[in-house]
Design a protein. Structure first.
Length: 344
């Protein structure tokens, strides 16, 4: 086992039971850039071709023959959402970079990733990142997650009496934190293959950090993503407590003891002691340091899956270089991990 595998194994072993951590994915990435005259002409002449999955069969030209826009899919494979948009005229007017590339690194193949960037990077300059999502998956019910972000907008979404999504952050803000039932989301929206894979989990929730706006992201990347440490996020540590074995009424009483202890004013001493002891055994753990440490083990690609250091990965792309992908994972679980990487 290599040093990198050993360090990941120890990291995973520490956090998998204590927090129910499954893995970290780079779930969305949007890059913008300027292009050279050669690529512009290739688009104009049709040498550079995008696929017609958006109803656009040819570059959009102005009446005087100027290239106004060209949008489409890089590969004819909708699952590998490689979206490319080139808008030279409107971008110049708004002083924006005219080329946009949007994809989900954890859902594309390594082969296509290398193909895209080997073709495009020689023609790109002034590359920036406008959006990225970091998705932390946990094999726990995180409907009781606490996010100490008092000034943020909070939107809980319920299905019946069950909380399925918690969304924090202003609609046009630089940051969002979304916590949702990933198992339910895939069961509702996934294809048959995905549904079969996700059925192995009894619980699977995702805490997703969403970063927006090029200027803001530039500062975040330069300083090592300080936002991950800024907003306290608490998860219940159930270590030492057989919480799942409690009955429904006991769970309700335990929730009341933790959040509304005054409701026990009329209870007998034995009942109060019981639930107070249970409540004290559920420690609230701040995940912020963990979020930053996990960046070293960010998962990318759905085939030949790999772990990368997130900051190194992004900085290489922004410098016009293909990131070095050293660690490939041989056998795949849902999250692209090697089965033998979890325990030494």
């Amino acid at each position: 086992m290599s040093p990198n595998e050993q360090s990941y194994s120890k990291f995973q072993e520490r956090v998998s039971f204590k927090y129910g951590f499954v893995g970290l994915k780079l779930d969305k990435l949007s890059l913008t850039a300027r292009i050279d005259e050669e690529l512009h002409n290739q688009i104009l002449t049709g040498e550079f071709e995008l696929y017609d999955v958006f109803g656009i069969k040819e570059p959009n030209l102005t009446p005087n023959g100027e290239l106004a826009s060209y949008k489409g899919q890089f590969f004819y494979n909708e699952k590998e959402n490689w979206y490319v948009e080139y808008t030279p005229i409107s971008s110049i007017k708004m002083n924006k970079r005219p080329l946009k590339i949007e994809f989900t690194p954890s859902k594309v193949s390594k082969e296509h990733f290398l193909t895209v960037f080997n073709l495009l990077l020689p023609h790109l300059s002034d590359i920036a990142c406008s959006t990225f999502h970091l998705a932390y998956d946990f094999e726990r019910d995180l409907s009781t997650l606490k996010v100490n972000w008092p000034k943020a907008m909070y939107r809980p979404i319920y299905k019946g009496i069950k909380l399925e999504t918690m969304d924090f952050g202003a609609p046009k803000g630089n940051y969002h934190i979304t916590n949702y039932n990933k198992l339910k989301e895939r069961a509702d929206q996934g294809d048959s293959a995905e549904i079969e894979i996700y059925q192995q989990y009894e619980n699977l929730w995702r805490i997703e950090y969403k970063f927006y706006n090029e200027g803001n992201i530039k500062k975040e990347l330069k300083n090592g993503l300080p936002f991950l440490a800024k907003i306290p996020v608490f998860i219940e540590n159930l270590e030492g407590l057989e919480f799942q074995n409690l009955g429904v009424n006991e769970k309700i009483a335990l929730f009341a003891m933790k959040n509304k202890p005054e409701l026990f004013a009329g209870s007998d001493d034995r009942t109060i002691r019981k639930y107070k002891k249970l409540a004290e055994s559920i420690a609230e753990v701040n995940l912020n340091v963990f979020f930053q440490n996990a960046l070293d083990y960010t998962e990318v690609f759905n085939q030949e899956a790999a772990r990368v250091n997130f900051l190194d990965f992004i900085k290489k792309l922004l410098a016009g270089q293909i990131p070095q992908i050293e660690k490939e994972l041989s056998t795949h679980t849902l999250d692209g991990q090697s089965d033998n990487s979890i325990i030494e």
